[in-house]
Ligand binder design. Structure first.
Ligand SMILES: C[S@@+](CC[C@H](N)C(=O)[O-])C[C@H]1O[C@@H](n2cnc3c(N)ncnc32)[C@H](O)[C@@H]1O
Length: 210
């Protein structure tokens, strides 16, 4: 016998997560990804969050396969987002934690948005190690989010956001672009573009030469 009450409570709890920020930034990011990933065929998105970016980018970059991924706790939301707008070239999430072995072979593109300030600094190191292992030679890494330059925030609101993050965990926070460039370099990646984006964010494009 089905327990209808239990099923309706579960259905009620399975609400699709939604990010207004993703809705606001997705078309600006897409404009850059169209060029950055123009010749690519397999892109891994790390930290897919709600899945909204994955759906939008896969729908508009039909020449490539977009692989979503995140910690297991976000998979239900990403799957609900994909259920609402299935796209042939969009893959359901892999369980990927920066700190563990990445469940994927080589890809020619990696994208991540708003993750490097959320995770602790050792996990930022782990992220770049993972990129070094799983991004093919001549591959492209695109990172969207806020950064500091010469130790300075690009806006007062980013400085406040950084304080808020550090109050939760001192190892979190908006990263210095110089440390990001240096971590990337250790993995054979060079910064080829740094785009100013709305809402005091950047889109960094790196190329892997080894
Ligand atoms: C602020 S959200 C950004 C989500 C989405 N990319 C966006 O722009 O809205 C940070 C993301 O990082 C993911 N994340 C946190 N720790 C992680 C880890 N150790 N490995 C992989 N992803 C992680 C979270 O699950 C979440 O999806």
């Amino acid at each position: 016998m089905f327990n209808l009450n239990k099923i309706s409570i579960e259905l009620y709890l399975m609400q699709k997560p939604y990010s207004q920020a993703c809705e606001n930034n997705k078309s600006y990011i897409l404009n850059i990804l169209k060029d950055a990933f123009s010749t690519h065929s397999n892109v891994l998105e790390v930290g897919s969050g709600t899945g909204q970016h994955g759906v939008h980018f896969a729908k508009n970059l039909k020449h490539l396969t977009w692989q979503t991924s995140d910690l297991l706790e976000n998979h239900q939301g990403i799957n609900l987002c994909i259920d609402d707008e299935p796209v042939d070239n969009l893959k359901r999430p892999l369980e990927l934690d920066f700190a563990k072995t990445w469940p994927i072979e080589l890809v020619d593109g990696i994208f991540t948005a708003n993750t490097l300030h959320i995770v602790s600094s050792p996990l930022v190191d782990a992220f770049f190690k993972g990129v070094g292992r799983h991004l093919a030679k001549d591959g492209t890494l695109c990172i969207y989010g806020p950064f500091k330059y010469d130790g300075e925030f690009t806006s007062p609101s980013n400085a406040q956001f950084d304080l808020w993050l550090k109050n939760i965990d001192f190892n979190r926070g908006i990263r210095d672009i110089e440390s990001i460039i240096s971590l990337a370099k250790k993995e054979g990646l060079l910064l080829v573009n740094d785009f100013d984006m709305p809402a005091n964010n950047q889109l960094l494009v790196f190329k892997k030469s080894v």
